[in-house]
Design a protein around this ligand. Structure first.
Ligand SMILES: [Zn+2]
Length: 426
């Protein structure tokens, strides 16, 4: 039995256009342009970045504050926020054992309420899109639609013998993707896999077949802990990436987003690069579970697209992407004894444009440019912790100083879902 905060929420109704006035706009376009001026949105699409005197249905006075593309969390489990504070100080194996036990007694309403808590937490901290890996993604999809956040939702598959899902997880995933594809612009249904420790060759290839046939992507945990890697070597004689390559998952035919990648050899990194596998690195989760330091610098050097994920609120213990960006950068610096590693601009790329590319959505989100979907965040110009704030230092202030409480507005699909630090019913 869990106690939830019961939020009142409203269906999001469209407004025609929206203007942000007098902002430092960190566009994250190909040139990383930073523009001082206004931002205009019509029917959910960015139509103008720069000087403009237009007026609008809805005006945000930024007063010199920073506007940044909406942050994209590429690995989480929003329904697990219901377990926040119940699974701390555990290594991954006892953590998963306890999680599966808690999972088995959940109702759809438990999942809905926990997910709504997470979605609100993310929106209030500047996150506009997220990738989720769990079961009952249909319930989470409805929550995304109702609250107005963009979800890339992967229904997790694992071997039938060990699942707590009713029925066959692969069939459940297939049914979910078929029911939600093309149905709601905020929801992209995908196929998930728990990881090599819970997915046999048959499960992996069946999940791949469904994703391939339904033309969607795969999302899975991969090489999170030393235990996972050496357990798999003991079972199959191969490390997880070598094994996945051997059985035919990594032929590049289906887009794969792999979470963690904390235990990888150089050779495995090259295999991931060649198969265009994208990695979602989860620094705070890896630190809290004691998994190890993810080789983010090496992955980037190898040419792999790396983005950032908070993982669930049971491991990181919040869904705060600004904190995740900062920690990802600091962890790389201290592990290499080199302050120049993972600089602010790279860290911000990982949470915006790289993340969009990781989800196959680079043409739509991840930067503030004419023609793209209007997903962006306004940070408070009067934030004491970001002062002094100028066009020149804006990226560094976002990465190293800003906190979730500095977010004043979160715009998703052109709608001010969060305005003046309050949830709206637009
Ligand atoms: Zn995870």
């Amino acid at each position: 039995m869990f106690l939830y905060l019961h939020f009142q929420y409203f269906p999001v109704v469209p407004i025609m256009n929206l203007l942000v006035r007098d902002a430092i706009i960190v566009t994250q376009d190909d040139n990383r342009s930073i523009v001082e001026g206004n931002l205009f949105v019509e029917d959910g699409i960015i139509t103008h970045v720069g000087k403009s005197t237009d007026t609008s249905d809805f005006v945000v006075e930024a007063k010199g504050g920073v506007v940044v593309p909406g942050l994209i969390n590429t690995h989480t489990h929003v329904a697990m926020t219901g377990f926040r504070g119940l699974l701390d100080d555990l290594n991954l194996e006892p953590f998963l054992e306890k999680t599966f036990k808690l999972d088995s007694g959940r109702t759809d309403e438990d999942i809905r309420q926990a997910s709504l808590m997470s979605l609100r937490e993310m929106i209030s901290g500047g996150t506009t899109s997220f990738a989720d890996l769990y079961y009952s993604e249909n319930v989470i999809a409805e929550a995304c639609r109702d609250i107005g956040i963009r979800g890339f939702l992967a229904w997790v598959t694992l071997d039938k013998e060990i699942t707590t899902q009713e029925g066959d997880p692969v069939s459940n995933a297939e049914h979910f993707v078929k029911s939600w594809r093309g149905k709601e612009s905020l929801v992209t249904p995908m196929v998930g896999m728990q990881g090599v420790y819970a997915c046999s060759e048959d499960t992996v290839l069946s999940a791949k077949e469904v994703a391939s046939r339904l033309e969607t992507g795969l999302h899975m945990h991969l090489c999170e802990t030393r235990h996972e890697v050496y357990g798999h070597v003991g079972k199959t004689g191969k490390r997880p990436v070598e094994w996945l390559d051997h059985i035919g998952l990594l032929d590049g035919s289906v887009p794969l987003l792999a979470a963690h990648g904390a235990w990888l050899t150089k050779s495995e990194m090259r295999t991931l690069k060649n198969a265009d596998v994208r990695v979602s690195s989860c620094a705070r989760s890896n630190m809290k579970i004691g998994s190890g330091i993810p080789p983010v610098k090496e992955l980037i050097d190898e040419g792999v697209t790396v983005s950032l994920g908070t993982d669930s609120a049971t491991t990181s213990n919040n869904l705060d992407m600004l904190e995740e960006i900062r920690t990802a950068s600091l962890l790389q610096k201290v592990s290499k004894w080199d302050a120049s590693v993972l600089p602010a601009a790279t860290a911000l790329d990982m949470a915006t444009r790289n993340a969009a590319a990781s989800l196959g959505a680079a043409g739509e989100i991840g930067s503030i440019e004419k023609g793209k979907k209007a997903d962006f965040v306004v940070l408070d110009s009067s934030s004491l912790r970001m002062a002094p704030l100028t066009r020149q230092n804006a990226v560094n202030q976002i990465v190293y100083s800003a906190q979730a409480s500095d977010v004043t507005h979160t715009i998703i699909n052109g709608k001010p879902v969060y305005a003046d630090r309050k949830f709206t019913h637009y």
